[in-house]
Write a protein that binds this ligand. Structure first.
Ligand code: NAP
Length: 244
Protein backbone atom coordinates (compact mmCIF):
# COMPACT_ATOMS: atom_id res chain seq x y z
CA UNK A 1 0.00 0.00 0.00
CA UNK A 2 1.45 3.36 -1.03
CA UNK A 3 2.03 6.13 1.47
CA UNK A 4 -0.43 9.01 1.33
CA UNK A 5 0.62 12.66 1.57
CA UNK A 6 -1.69 15.63 2.01
CA UNK A 7 -0.04 18.88 0.90
CA UNK A 8 -1.97 22.05 1.69
CA UNK A 9 -1.67 24.95 -0.75
CA UNK A 10 -0.32 22.71 -3.50
CA UNK A 11 -1.92 24.46 -6.47
CA UNK A 12 1.30 26.35 -7.16
CA UNK A 13 4.77 27.32 -5.94
CA UNK A 14 6.49 25.23 -3.28
CA UNK A 15 3.37 23.10 -2.67
CA UNK A 16 3.07 22.13 -6.35
CA UNK A 17 6.78 21.25 -6.56
CA UNK A 18 6.33 19.14 -3.41
CA UNK A 19 3.33 17.34 -4.91
CA UNK A 20 5.35 16.46 -8.03
CA UNK A 21 8.36 15.21 -6.07
CA UNK A 22 6.29 13.07 -3.68
CA UNK A 23 4.31 11.61 -6.62
CA UNK A 24 7.57 10.76 -8.39
CA UNK A 25 8.63 8.96 -5.20
CA UNK A 26 5.58 6.71 -5.11
CA UNK A 27 3.22 8.59 -2.79
CA UNK A 28 -0.54 8.95 -3.30
CA UNK A 29 -0.68 12.74 -3.43
CA UNK A 30 -3.54 14.97 -2.37
CA UNK A 31 -3.24 18.48 -3.79
CA UNK A 32 -5.16 20.86 -1.55
CA UNK A 33 -6.09 24.28 -2.94
CA UNK A 34 -8.41 27.12 -2.05
CA UNK A 35 -8.95 29.53 -4.93
CA UNK A 36 -6.73 28.19 -7.75
CA UNK A 37 -8.91 25.29 -8.94
CA UNK A 38 -7.60 25.48 -12.50
CA UNK A 39 -3.92 25.09 -11.51
CA UNK A 40 -4.70 22.32 -9.01
CA UNK A 41 -6.80 20.30 -11.46
CA UNK A 42 -4.17 20.79 -14.19
CA UNK A 43 -1.48 19.48 -11.81
CA UNK A 44 -3.66 16.49 -10.85
CA UNK A 45 -4.25 15.66 -14.53
CA UNK A 46 -0.61 16.03 -15.48
CA UNK A 47 0.50 13.73 -12.62
CA UNK A 48 -2.13 11.14 -13.57
CA UNK A 49 -1.10 11.34 -17.25
CA UNK A 50 2.43 10.45 -16.12
CA UNK A 51 1.14 7.38 -14.27
CA UNK A 52 1.15 8.84 -10.76
CA UNK A 53 -1.59 8.81 -8.12
CA UNK A 54 -3.04 12.27 -7.44
CA UNK A 55 -6.26 13.95 -6.33
CA UNK A 56 -7.00 17.67 -5.99
CA UNK A 57 -9.19 18.80 -3.11
CA UNK A 58 -10.68 22.24 -2.43
CA UNK A 59 -10.66 23.38 1.20
CA UNK A 60 -9.93 26.66 2.92
CA UNK A 61 -7.54 25.52 5.65
CA UNK A 62 -8.36 28.57 7.79
CA UNK A 63 -11.84 27.06 8.39
CA UNK A 64 -11.82 24.11 10.78
CA UNK A 65 -14.94 22.52 9.26
CA UNK A 66 -13.31 22.50 5.81
CA UNK A 67 -10.04 21.08 7.14
CA UNK A 68 -11.97 18.37 9.03
CA UNK A 69 -14.05 17.50 5.97
CA UNK A 70 -10.95 17.26 3.79
CA UNK A 71 -9.09 14.98 6.20
CA UNK A 72 -12.16 12.74 6.74
CA UNK A 73 -12.77 12.41 2.99
CA UNK A 74 -9.12 11.51 2.34
CA UNK A 75 -9.08 8.90 5.12
CA UNK A 76 -12.35 7.41 3.78
CA UNK A 77 -10.81 7.14 0.31
CA UNK A 78 -7.20 6.14 1.08
CA UNK A 79 -7.54 4.62 4.56
CA UNK A 80 -4.84 6.86 6.09
CA UNK A 81 -2.73 9.98 5.82
CA UNK A 82 0.94 9.11 6.37
CA UNK A 83 2.35 12.58 5.82
CA UNK A 84 0.73 15.99 6.32
CA UNK A 85 2.59 18.96 4.85
CA UNK A 86 1.14 22.25 6.06
CA UNK A 87 2.38 24.49 3.27
CA UNK A 88 -0.59 26.82 2.58
CA UNK A 89 0.27 30.40 3.35
CA UNK A 90 0.09 34.05 2.45
CA UNK A 91 2.57 36.88 2.87
CA UNK A 92 2.29 40.65 2.86
CA UNK A 93 4.77 43.53 3.02
CA UNK A 94 3.38 46.43 5.01
CA UNK A 95 4.61 49.05 7.47
CA UNK A 96 3.74 47.92 11.00
CA UNK A 97 1.41 50.87 11.63
CA UNK A 98 -0.39 50.24 8.33
CA UNK A 99 -1.34 46.65 9.24
CA UNK A 100 -5.14 46.61 9.57
CA UNK A 101 -7.21 44.36 11.83
CA UNK A 102 -8.19 42.42 8.73
CA UNK A 103 -4.54 42.03 7.55
CA UNK A 104 -3.55 40.71 10.99
CA UNK A 105 -6.51 38.33 11.35
CA UNK A 106 -6.15 36.95 7.80
CA UNK A 107 -2.42 36.37 8.28
CA UNK A 108 -3.07 34.40 11.49
CA UNK A 109 -6.10 32.56 10.08
CA UNK A 110 -4.43 31.13 6.98
CA UNK A 111 -0.86 30.52 8.16
CA UNK A 112 -1.18 29.65 11.84
CA UNK A 113 -4.81 28.59 12.36
CA UNK A 114 -4.67 26.70 9.05
CA UNK A 115 -1.69 24.72 10.33
CA UNK A 116 -3.44 24.11 13.66
CA UNK A 117 -6.70 23.05 11.94
CA UNK A 118 -5.02 20.49 9.69
CA UNK A 119 -2.82 19.09 12.48
CA UNK A 120 -5.83 18.71 14.80
CA UNK A 121 -7.87 17.04 12.05
CA UNK A 122 -5.18 14.49 11.19
CA UNK A 123 -3.64 13.69 14.59
CA UNK A 124 -6.33 11.31 16.00
CA UNK A 125 -5.95 8.90 13.07
CA UNK A 126 -2.14 9.08 13.29
CA UNK A 127 -2.27 8.40 17.04
CA UNK A 128 -4.54 5.38 16.42
CA UNK A 129 -2.00 4.02 13.95
CA UNK A 130 0.99 5.05 16.13
CA UNK A 131 2.58 6.41 12.99
CA UNK A 132 2.70 9.61 11.00
CA UNK A 133 4.77 12.57 9.95
CA UNK A 134 3.83 16.25 9.97
CA UNK A 135 5.88 18.93 8.24
CA UNK A 136 4.93 22.55 8.90
CA UNK A 137 6.13 25.54 6.91
CA UNK A 138 7.76 28.46 8.66
CA UNK A 139 10.22 30.90 7.05
CA UNK A 140 13.61 32.44 7.80
CA UNK A 141 11.58 35.50 8.79
CA UNK A 142 9.98 33.45 11.57
CA UNK A 143 13.52 32.86 12.86
CA UNK A 144 15.03 36.33 12.40
CA UNK A 145 12.07 38.72 11.94
CA UNK A 146 11.61 40.86 8.82
CA UNK A 147 11.10 44.60 8.64
CA UNK A 148 7.67 45.47 7.18
CA UNK A 149 6.53 41.87 7.73
CA UNK A 150 5.77 41.87 11.46
CA UNK A 151 2.52 39.91 11.07
CA UNK A 152 4.14 37.36 8.71
CA UNK A 153 7.18 37.00 11.00
CA UNK A 154 4.88 36.54 14.02
CA UNK A 155 2.85 33.71 12.48
CA UNK A 156 5.93 31.97 11.11
CA UNK A 157 7.55 32.13 14.58
CA UNK A 158 4.29 30.75 15.99
CA UNK A 159 4.51 27.79 13.62
CA UNK A 160 7.96 26.98 15.02
CA UNK A 161 6.53 26.98 18.56
CA UNK A 162 3.58 24.82 17.48
CA UNK A 163 5.96 22.37 15.79
CA UNK A 164 8.25 21.98 18.82
CA UNK A 165 5.39 21.56 21.31
CA UNK A 166 3.49 19.11 19.11
CA UNK A 167 6.65 17.08 18.49
CA UNK A 168 7.06 16.62 22.25
CA UNK A 169 3.41 15.67 22.72
CA UNK A 170 3.25 13.23 19.80
CA UNK A 171 6.71 11.65 19.95
CA UNK A 172 5.55 8.93 22.37
CA UNK A 173 2.82 8.04 19.83
CA UNK A 174 5.39 7.47 17.10
CA UNK A 175 4.56 10.66 15.22
CA UNK A 176 7.28 13.05 14.07
CA UNK A 177 6.63 16.79 13.68
CA UNK A 178 9.16 19.03 11.97
CA UNK A 179 9.29 22.35 10.24
CA UNK A 180 10.85 23.66 7.04
CA UNK A 181 11.87 27.32 7.19
CA UNK A 182 12.76 28.32 3.62
CA UNK A 183 14.83 31.31 2.65
CA UNK A 184 13.83 33.39 -0.35
CA UNK A 185 12.35 31.08 -2.99
CA UNK A 186 11.30 32.01 -6.53
CA UNK A 187 7.50 31.74 -6.42
CA UNK A 188 4.46 33.96 -6.94
CA UNK A 189 4.74 34.92 -3.25
CA UNK A 190 7.75 37.08 -4.12
CA UNK A 191 6.36 38.42 -7.41
CA UNK A 192 5.65 41.81 -5.85
CA UNK A 193 9.37 42.31 -5.13
CA UNK A 194 11.27 44.42 -7.66
CA UNK A 195 14.06 42.89 -9.74
CA UNK A 196 16.54 45.05 -7.77
CA UNK A 197 15.20 43.71 -4.46
CA UNK A 198 15.50 40.10 -5.67
CA UNK A 199 19.06 40.72 -6.94
CA UNK A 200 19.89 42.28 -3.56
CA UNK A 201 18.53 39.23 -1.72
CA UNK A 202 20.54 36.91 -3.97
CA UNK A 203 23.69 39.00 -3.35
CA UNK A 204 23.11 38.73 0.41
CA UNK A 205 22.89 34.92 0.13
CA UNK A 206 26.26 33.14 0.53
CA UNK A 207 25.33 30.68 -2.24
CA UNK A 208 24.65 33.70 -4.48
CA UNK A 209 21.08 33.05 -5.62
CA UNK A 210 17.53 32.64 -4.42
CA UNK A 211 16.15 29.14 -3.96
CA UNK A 212 13.96 26.94 -6.15
CA UNK A 213 10.65 25.43 -4.98
CA UNK A 214 12.11 21.97 -5.68
CA UNK A 215 14.81 22.62 -3.07
CA UNK A 216 12.17 23.02 -0.37
CA UNK A 217 10.32 19.98 -1.73
CA UNK A 218 13.42 17.81 -1.42
CA UNK A 219 13.89 18.94 2.20
CA UNK A 220 10.34 17.80 2.95
CA UNK A 221 10.87 14.51 1.12
CA UNK A 222 13.93 13.88 3.31
CA UNK A 223 12.00 14.75 6.50
CA UNK A 224 9.23 12.32 5.50
CA UNK A 225 11.70 9.55 4.68
CA UNK A 226 13.06 6.70 6.80
CA UNK A 227 16.43 8.50 6.76
CA UNK A 228 14.84 11.09 9.08
CA UNK A 229 13.33 8.56 11.51
CA UNK A 230 15.19 10.05 14.51
CA UNK A 231 14.43 13.68 13.62
CA UNK A 232 11.54 15.44 15.33
CA UNK A 233 10.85 18.93 16.67
CA UNK A 234 13.45 20.42 14.33
CA UNK A 235 13.50 23.45 12.08
CA UNK A 236 15.33 22.75 8.82
CA UNK A 237 16.07 25.83 6.76
CA UNK A 238 16.91 25.55 3.06
CA UNK A 239 18.16 29.13 2.66
CA UNK A 240 21.49 29.15 0.80
CA UNK A 241 23.29 30.30 3.96
CA UNK A 242 21.19 33.50 4.27
CA UNK A 243 20.62 32.60 7.94
CA UNK A 244 23.29 30.51 9.65
P1 NAP B 1 2.45 30.73 -3.37
O1 NAP B 1 3.08 30.37 -4.67
O2 NAP B 1 1.78 32.04 -3.21
O3 NAP B 1 1.44 29.54 -2.98
C1 NAP B 1 0.67 29.64 -1.83
C2 NAP B 1 -0.29 28.46 -1.78
O4 NAP B 1 -1.07 28.57 -0.59
C3 NAP B 1 -1.23 28.43 -2.97
O5 NAP B 1 -1.29 27.13 -3.48
C4 NAP B 1 -2.58 28.83 -2.35
O6 NAP B 1 -3.66 28.14 -2.95
C5 NAP B 1 -2.42 28.31 -0.94
N1 NAP B 1 -3.37 28.93 -0.02
C6 NAP B 1 -3.48 30.24 0.32
N2 NAP B 1 -4.51 30.41 1.16
C7 NAP B 1 -5.07 29.18 1.35
C8 NAP B 1 -6.16 28.70 2.13
N3 NAP B 1 -6.91 29.52 2.87
N4 NAP B 1 -6.43 27.38 2.08
C9 NAP B 1 -5.71 26.52 1.33
N5 NAP B 1 -4.66 26.91 0.57
C10 NAP B 1 -4.35 28.24 0.59
O7 NAP B 1 3.52 30.67 -2.18
P2 NAP B 1 4.84 29.78 -1.95
O8 NAP B 1 6.00 30.69 -2.11
O9 NAP B 1 4.76 28.53 -2.70
O10 NAP B 1 4.69 29.53 -0.37
C11 NAP B 1 4.34 28.26 0.17
C12 NAP B 1 4.65 28.30 1.67
O11 NAP B 1 6.05 28.54 1.86
C13 NAP B 1 3.93 29.41 2.44
O12 NAP B 1 3.56 28.94 3.71
C14 NAP B 1 5.00 30.48 2.58
O13 NAP B 1 4.79 31.32 3.68
C15 NAP B 1 6.23 29.62 2.74
N6 NAP B 1 7.48 30.30 2.41
C16 NAP B 1 7.69 30.81 1.16
C17 NAP B 1 8.89 31.46 0.88
C18 NAP B 1 9.18 32.08 -0.46
O14 NAP B 1 10.18 32.83 -0.55
N7 NAP B 1 8.40 31.82 -1.50
C19 NAP B 1 9.86 31.57 1.89
C20 NAP B 1 9.61 31.03 3.13
C21 NAP B 1 8.41 30.39 3.38
P3 NAP B 1 -4.81 28.90 -3.80
O15 NAP B 1 -4.11 29.79 -4.78
O16 NAP B 1 -5.56 27.76 -4.40
O17 NAP B 1 -5.65 29.66 -2.81
Amino acid sequence: MANTVLITGASKGIGAATAILFAENGYDVIINYNSSAESAILLEKSLKNNGYSAMSYMADVSKSNEANRMVNDIINKYGKIDVLINNAGIAQQRLFTDITDNDWERMIAINLTGTFNCCRAVVPSMVNRKSGCIINTSSIWGMTGASCEVHYSAVKAGIIGLTKALAKELGPSGIRVNCVAPGVIGTRMNSSLSVEALVGLADDTPLGRIGKPQEVASTSLFLASRDAEFITGQVISPNGGFVV
